[in-house]
Design a protein around this ligand. Structure first.
Ligand SMILES: [Zn+2]
Length: 240
């Protein structure tokens, strides 16, 4: 019973670093975006036009760009070949808006060039969706088996449940380099094409680095929540 007591005590606090880091990352994203949203690019071109130029320059004329509702909802959907830019980015000529738009164009380039981590992530998603349903039934069955003194086989069931849950960590681990790489591509394309000078591009780098922090926070949260599940599941383990 002692194990159960301290485990529950710990369960309450274990997520705290992840939550704090997550909140900090969100604040940092908004404050950095707002800071460079007040700085207009020297070219005066809006984010949509810069993004269009980058795509056309690479010969990717099949990719569409459209506005989407919400804030920081920008994304690239490879299923319909569409880059969606949020309303605050789409027709905005600021350093922030252009940086965000070019980050999404970075994702287009990743898909077009069959960048390996993107392939791995796409392969993992359906597996995760399918196996995800098994996590809690397995944990519950494992715990019931533990309560009935079925030691080793109960442990195996619990390990499988926790292991499947651990795929979330792998997903976050793959996502991080994908996001960093898209931002690196954005910075590079803005400099190589001469769209931005070094000073402007440095602003883009700050905005995109802040955005990357949210993916670091997601990774930390996924590790902590795996640890929480592990502690929860094995608190019911019986050694007697
Ligand atoms: Zn991204």
């Amino acid at each position: 019973m002692f194990t159960l007591y301290w485990t529950y005590y710990l369960l309450g606090f274990i997520m705290l670093p992840g939550i704090i880091l997550g909140i900090y990352a969100q604040c940092k994203v908004y404050s950095t975006f707002n800071e460079f949203n007040r700085v207009a690019s020297k070219s005066g071109r809006v984010a949509r036009d810069v993004a269009r130029n980058m795509l056309d320059g690479a010969g990717y004329t099949d990719i569409k760009i459209k506005p989407i509702r919400g804030e920081l909802t920008d994304n690239f959907d490879p299923h319909n070949n569409t880059v969606s830019l949020s309303e605050s980015v789409y027709e905005n000529p600021s350093i922030s808006a252009i940086g965000v738009a070019c980050h999404e164009i970075g994702h287009v380039f990743q898909h077009k060039e069959n960048y390996a981590p993107i392939k791995a992530r796409n392969a993992l998603v359906p597996v995760m969706n399918f196996l995800g349903y098994l996590v809690w039934p397995l944990i519950l069955v494992g715990i019931i088996m533990e309560l009935f003194y079925l030691g080793t086989s109960a442990d195996v069931v619990l390990y499988i449940g926790v292991g499947i849950y651990g795929l979330n960590v792998i997903f976050c681990l793959i996502t991080l380099p994908i996001e960093l790489n898209a931002s690196k591509r954005a910075y590079k394309m803005l400099r190589v094409t001469g769209e931005m000078d070094e000073e402007e591009a440095a602003g883009v780098k700050k905005v995109l680095n802040a955005a990357a922090l949210t993916y670091v926070a997601a990774l930390v949260t996924s590790v902590l929540s795996l640890l929480r599940l592990l502690l929860f599941a094995f608190a019911f383990r019986r050694n007697d």
